[in-house]
Design a protein around this ligand. Structure first.
Ligand code: SF4
Length: 196
């Protein structure tokens, strides 16, 4: 039943025209991964490669993410990867408030369906949206990354664990080690919550 509902939600997203981004997309990108999923990784929005392929984190940032997941003992098959917006903003501009309002209910429904124990917002934008949803004070990503924030989701307790966006290492290489350290910490959190 849960898989069936996830499939219906995916179809709904693929056909969605709730906001202006529908008119410029090649593909909506609902996300992919196991259903249910212990971990949800949340990016900002699809980029060019994601729009072209319909898959989340399909470009260079995706390769970086794959390596980071491996360092935490994970593969893409172990996590559900999605984003706050499911369609690409033109030119990869920042999402607009009304686009977030239109699209975020999909992320909310994915969280309810997937029943994660850990949600990992990637980047300042995603961290702001996800932490705001759970009533957690939102600070600069430089001050909150790599920290575990307990929260109550509709299905039970979750840990919100913000990290830098993987793409950050392409334009700010010194942050590579901080990002790697965050994923080592994620590995410890998962080990500590196994069987929970
Ligand atoms: S961004 Fe979200 S709300 Fe806007 S058209 Fe795409 S799926 Fe629908």
């Amino acid at each position: 039943m849960i898989e069936e509902n996830a499939c219906l939600l995916e179809q709904e997203i693929l056909a969605c025209t709730r906001c202006r981004l529908a008119s410029g997309r090649l593909h909506a990108v609902p996300g992919e991964g196991p259903v249910p999923s212990r971990i949800i990784m949340v990016g900002e929005a699809p980029g060019e490669q994601e729009d072209r392929t319909g898959r989340p984190f399909a470009g260079r940032a995706g390769t970086i993410l794959n390596n980071l997941l491996a360092s935490a003992g994970l593969s893409r098959n172990d996590v559900f990867i999605t984003s706050v917006l499911k369609c690409r903003p033109p030119g990869n501009r920042d999402p607009k408030a009304d686009e977030i309002t239109a699209c975020k209910p999909y992320l909310d429904r994915q969280i309810v369906l997937l029943r994660p124990s850990v949600i990992v917002p990637m980047g300042r934008f995603s961290a702001s949206v996800v932490m705001g949803q759970f009533g957690i004070p939102v600070g600069k990503i430089s001050g909150i990354h790599g920290r575990a924030f307990p929260a109550d989701a509709p299905h039970g307790p979750v840990i919100i664990f913000p990290v830098y966006h993987p793409a950050v290492v392409t334009h700010n290489p010194p942050l590579r080690e901080e990002l790697a350290a965050d994923f080592r910490c994620l590995k410890e959190i998962l080990a500590g919550s196994s069987g929970a």
